[in-house]
Design a protein around this ligand. Structure first.
Ligand SMILES: [Fe+2]
Length: 394
């Protein structure tokens, strides 16, 4: 992100004396990427952000992964993983992972405690439900269809609204680098270009400070070594103002302007973000291809350099007709397997003028391994669903 924002009260010049009503100094915190060589935010705390009083390990069960071997396309029914009484941090169930990225599913109905991911950015896609995301930068109202970029080391907590659980796909960046808009959408100085399918006005970020009640606070911190509970003398939500270009934000899929064409457009036109070792896209309702002899269904393709995840959200998923895919499904089409529409889908798409389907897509450039939760909700018949004798295999 290179989109400057300023929230709350700030002194006119950085790193100068800025005093509280009682005459004491506010405490600066510079949250900067790549050492001091990239985007940053400068926050003003009422209390020292350094004052910890204890550090304790926090043990959680490991969520190991195993290679996708023998090679198979996969179908996971995430709704079968819905659980009650969990929050959006500790309730995550890892589905697939590699060295760059981990993708988890969560259905949260409880507030999380304060949490900070020091490994990398998190991209939390909200499939259903709504929540308040409280952060050290301020609060954000979150709704279905939001991509929420929680920047690395941002202390935050998720508070789902009562009623429907907050169902989300959590994409954690594990490699070096961060999750951000595709570089090709941006000018050399970081402004969104005219051809970009969204721009600065579509990004929602905290707009006023969030001050928590006084007192100490436990913050769960994720590092490569595991989870640690750091107890702070003062709650970290004590920031009266901040500015800079490194902060959490949300982008709703309804604010993305789909790119269409006379013939079938490739998935990169549907891209929202790039991440270390991955790209994040979403297929949205749109006018379909309008060449008089166009084929709106996608063509079969071999993803030579990537594994492809699809998270099916809404619509009748006509290209997957007869495969068992439905809302809440995730498919994994790995490199080495040629995938495409299911039998009859190409012919059925001819003459169709609109698609109403919504599906998130994520391509990783290293093979994805399978985690235990994914195996628990796997439809093992999916691999044979393109075959003319699939009934016998099932
Ligand atoms: Fe594909």
């Amino acid at each position: 992100m290179s989109y400057y924002r300023s929230v709350g009260v700030l002194p006119p010049k950085r790193h100068t004396q800025f005093r509280q009503p009682d005459g004491s100094l506010y405490h600066e915190e510079l949250m900067g990427l790549a050492g001091f060589a990239s985007d940053s935010a400068l926050l003003y705390h009422a209390n020292a952000p350094t004052a910890i009083v204890s550090s304790e390990p926090f043990d959680v069960p490991a969520q190991p992964s195993r290679p996708n071997y023998p090679l198979l396309p996969r179908h996971f029914r995430t709704r079968e993983l819905d659980t009650a009484g969990v929050d959006a941090v500790l309730g995550r169930q890892a589905l697939v992972a590699n060295a760059d990225i981990r993708i988890s599913y969560v259905a949260a109905d409880h507030p999380s405690g304060p949490y900070r991911n020091a490994i990398g950015d998190e991209c939390v896609f909200i499939a259903s439900g709504s929540a308040t995301l409280e952060t050290v930068f301020g609060a954000l109202a979150i709704r279905s269809g939001d991509y929420v970029i929680v920047t690395a080391t941002t202390t935050h907590r998720w508070i789902p609204e009562e009623g429907e659980p907050l169902r989300a796909l959590v994409i954690e960046a594990l490699g070096s680098g961060h999750i951000h808009p595709p570089s090709r959408y941006l000018s050399p100085r970081g402004q969104f270009l005219e051809h970009a399918p969204y721009c600065e006005r579509d990004l929602r970020a905290p707009s006023e400070p969030l001050i928590a009640s006084a007192g100490s606070a436990d913050v769960l911190v994720r590092t490569r070594a595991g989870l640690t509970v750091l107890t702070y003398e003062h709650h970290p939500f004590d920031v009266v103002g901040w500015d800079g270009s490194n902060y959490p934000y949300a982008l709703n899929i309804a604010d993305f302007e789909p790119v269409t064409g006379r013939i079938h457009q490739p998935p990169p036109v549907h891209q929202f973000f790039e991440a270390p070792g991955a790209v994040i896209c979403c297929f949205l309702p749109r006018k379909t291809d309008y060449h008089p002899r166009s084929i709106p269904a996608p063509y079969a393709h071999a993803n030579v350099d990537s594994d492809e995840i699809m998270f099916y959200l809404d619509g009748d998923f006509t290209s997957r007709k007869g495969s068992g895919i439905s809302a809440g499904s995730i498919s994994l089409h790995p490199s080495g397997f040629i995938h495409g529409p299911h039998p009859g889908a190409v012919e059925a798409s001819l003459g169709v003028e609109r698609t109403e389907e919504t599906a998130l897509m994520l391509d990783t450039f290293a093979p994805l391994e399978i985690c235990q939760a994914a195996e628990l909700c796997e439809d093992t018949s999916y691999a044979w669903s393109w075959s003319s004798n699939r009934e016998e295999k099932i």
